[in-house]
Design a protein around this ligand. Structure first.
Ligand code: ZN
Ligand code: ZN
Length: 347
């Protein structure tokens, strides 16, 4: 199997940390379920911790715990993890780390959320599915006959890569999943069929699995630590394609083992595993595109978009989700950056 340079570390308080040879920035992904008595206060503490520090990304604090993903210099990442481990209830928080040359987010946002995963109602977390370590998950994929593997991420994530044989129920909102879950119960043997579910980092499964069990599906299993941790421990076994991530990288390998490309170019259906946001800032549609079509359509998702006068320089499309002022200080400067022939701004 072809090897590619890619590595994920999964660390907790007791890990031996030796990152001397790692790239200068770390991208941390983490969540931990433990009571946060005062989320608002915890947000303030985070702001104080990160004041004048070079951290970017998103952290959400809720009464049930914390969920975050950050890019930051590795020394700061280590200090942040130590700080989290020092908080009562968070001693066992687990962090997934990937190295990177630079930031993968545009800014830092720390805020409270009523729910860590948007459901709109409470599920009994004590009814969560059985957590499977990556090696146990792999064994179950290989040995279990009567099973359904559920990818409970978004459709656009599934399209780029997923576990072999996984099905992708509609999951854009929890309401979609609820309807699917009710139907699933009638299609499988709810007492015997094993339902295996996974998501990117594991947090969605904590809530969705509880819902399945509460609704009468008995054998529910969830991949602990999600696909990110699986890749760190089991590499790309039974995984096809790439992993969608919610930062500037958009897609990463699961491990250092090369896998086949399963994504298809939105324009020509040719193989590609690169997502772009449409260069037309008023559209911003996320789509998979091959390099040829990226040039042909000036980084846009459709011809109509490439003809507008709000097209950002698509050669810089490796920094997605950005506002126009990322590309220029003034609108006049932005106009000069335009790569679409013959497009002129109105103002
Ligand atoms: Zn194409
Ligand atoms: Zn578009």
């Amino acid at each position: 199997m072809q090897k590619i340079p890619f590595k994920t570390w999964v660390v907790n308080r007791t890990s031996q940390l030796d990152f001397d040879n790692a790239l200068p920035y770390f991208i941390l992904a983490f969540y931990h379920l433990a009571p946060v008595a005062n989320p608002q206060e915890e947000v303030a503490l985070h702001h104080a911790f990160f004041q004048d520090q070079d951290a970017k990304g998103r952290i959400y604090l809720a009464p049930l715990g914390i969920n975050g993903t950050l890019s930051l210099p590795k020394e700061l990442a280590l200090r942040y993890m130590q700080w989290i481990w020092s908080k009562p209830g968070f001693e066992n928080a687990e962090f997934k780390i990937q190295e990177y040359e630079t930031h993968a987010f545009g800014r830092l946002c720390v805020k409270t959320r009523a729910e860590l995963v948007a459901l709109g109602f409470d599920v009994p977390l004590q009814m969560r599915g059985t957590h499977l370590k990556p090696s146990e998950w792999r064994a179950m994929l290989e040995e279990e006959k009567d099973k359904v593997v559920l990818d409970i991420r978004n459709d656009y994530e599934y399209k780029l890569g997923h576990f072999e044989g996984a099905v992708a129920p509609p999951c854009e909102t929890f309401k979609d999943f609820k309807e699917y879950a009710d139907e699933l119960k009638t299609k499988i043997d709810p007492e015997n069929t094993k339902v295996l579910m996974y998501c990117t980092g594991g947090i969605r499964c904590e809530f969705f699995s509880a819902y399945l069990k509460q609704n009468g599906i008995e054998n529910v299993f969830q991949l602990q630590g999600g696909v990110i941790k699986y890749g760190a421990e089991e590499k790309s076994k039974h995984w096809v394609g790439k992993l969608f991530v919610f930062d500037d990288r958009l897609a990463v390998p699961v491990s250092d083992e090369e896998t086949e490309v399963i994504g298809k170019c939105h324009h020509c259906q040719g193989p590609s595993d690169r997502y772009y946001n449409c260069a037309n800032m008023d559209c911003n549609e996320l789509f998979i595109c091959c390099e040829t079509c990226l040039n042909t359509f000036h980084g846009c998702c459709k011809t109509e978009c490439s003809g507008t006068n709000r097209v950002r320089p698509f050669k810089l499309a490796n920094t997605p989700f950005r506002k126009w002022y990322t590309y220029a200080k003034t609108k006049e400067e932005l106009n000069q950056l335009r790569v679409v022939e013959g497009s002129h701004a109105n103002n």
